[in-house]
Design a protein around this ligand. Sequence first.
Ligand code: ADP
Ligand code: MG
Length: 594
Amino acid sequence: MDGSIPQMSRPITRLPETVANRIAAGEVVERPASAVKELVENALDAGATRIEIDIAEGGRGLIRVSDDGHGIAEGELALALARHATSKMDAGRLFEITSFGFRGEALPSIASVARLRLVSSTGADAAEIRAEGGRLGAPRPAARPRGTTVEVRDLFFATPARLKFLKSQRAETQAISETVKRLAMAAPQVAFRLSEMTEAPRVLFRAEAEPGGLAAGRLARADRVLGQAFRANAVAVEAEREGLRLMGHAGLPTASRGSASAQHFFVNGRPVRDKLLAGALRAAYRDLLPGDRHAAVALHLDCAPDRVDVNVHPAKAEVRFREPGIVRGLVISGITHALAGAGHRTATTLSTAALGRAAPAPPRPAALARGIAAQAPFPGLSEPAPQPFTPAPEAAPEPEPAADRPLGQAKAQLDGTFILAEAADALVIVDAHAAHERLVYERLKTEHAAGQVRSQALLIPAVVEVGDAAEALLAEAPALAALGLEIDPFGPGTLCVRAMPAVLGQADPAALVRDLADEIADQGTAEGLYRRIDRVLATIACHGSVRAGRRLTVPEMDALLRQMEAEPTSAQCNHGRPTSLRLGLAELAALFGR
Ligand code: ADP
Ligand code: MG
């Protein structure tokens, strides 16, 4: 035995209340933003219609939350600061919680690590009580209208170890701001104001009460918090399954973000960070976004309170669903349907950004004439059109742009890459390479799901050197064969490709096999087979798509546009980039200063 551990047992004693509170504080108030969260939640639970939050020094110097809620009677002020004292729970109904708070831990925890002043009025009289490092003073009369103000100064002064973990003032202020915005999205009928109290106080966030019912209010508040651009680049989600309701907005894949910070989930009006919901979201976007991109969403899930347990963690940010499978299915199908309905919409911010960059340029008619492939066939067209889009007859009459053809009528190809098309009220520009890649991918996926990827034997098997990757590739040979790619061992570090997926046309076997080797090396073995197959399909699709620079005939271009219209996911390529942009007549007019 290690000599430093005392062998003799010591008597068991109950921890003093201040110590117990500080231990609890470690979980409940991790940083200033968590104190703000608890205080604002208390104000919401008190039925406030207006909540004002003042902070200083990233919340470390000051956090003051004032509300116009029902207040606390003078005789209960001390109790509000006592541990496990709450007015929000019917004993025995722990599984049907409808308030934010229920544990009676927040105020005593904060009071134990800071200097706290609680002033409250139920409408008649007002009183205040102070606490410092957990030691309570006596209640005293005060003056204020109905409502409550909690003022917290010198947070964590009583627990210096915790202070060391705080980030910069700016980072803590940012975290507070995000916390307030999330709660503001959860409670659209309440007015919020967050101010930073420096020499010149600054309003960081403000929202008036949103008019209308809950659904309209949530929408309006999401717009206020996330900006109009969010909704303009998102689709409405509305779904229900066995009494669970999902509503809100899911961002278009082309408006994805580099981090998950724009993902807002609410369960019964409570902002949550939940692994199950985040996982379902990832699954819903799996085919539409590369792994390092994140969809922006604001989604509310509502259900009977006994179907979700909010008492998982003291900070109440995690939840546990009674029926996780139903929730996951609801989120995935709700988002998938909403996005499929969006068809060809790509992010408007992209068009707008592109327009912004389109500064008036001096006319260059000669260069333009050279760059644009006119409607007549060009030399080099003898190259067979790659599958899967089949060229329409060359002599097809030119139909009018129809309303059911949102991508319009192909007119010309620019720089061997972009298709210019005329839609009913817009100029549409399509990235032919990206669009075709997407279509090949979808085709491969469908064929693969049906277990019938068509394979084409090579006339002369291709011998490819792949070095160390040979073994890993050969280990996947059966899976690759199911994808139409047949490989055999040929010698040390060398493979022989006997057949390729037919959809790829004349793609180079060596380039494909090397890319797949990289892909397999990247994935390791931890990932699920489904995801791996998807990535492999995407890699294969990339090789089969229209090479940038290849000239297309007008019927080929039209065929591509029609196939894109028929394929709901075609608005972005496999890397989440848009495949088409629309310039509406109004945008064009604006561009020319009309
Ligand atoms: P909980 O919110 O879990 O009940 P708290 O420690 O946060 O625990 O608050 C303790 C009690 O103090 C609450 O149950 C409530 O009765 C009262 N209280 C706290 N803040 C407010 C407020 N802003 N307005 C009215 N009552 C409040
Ligand atoms: Mg509380």
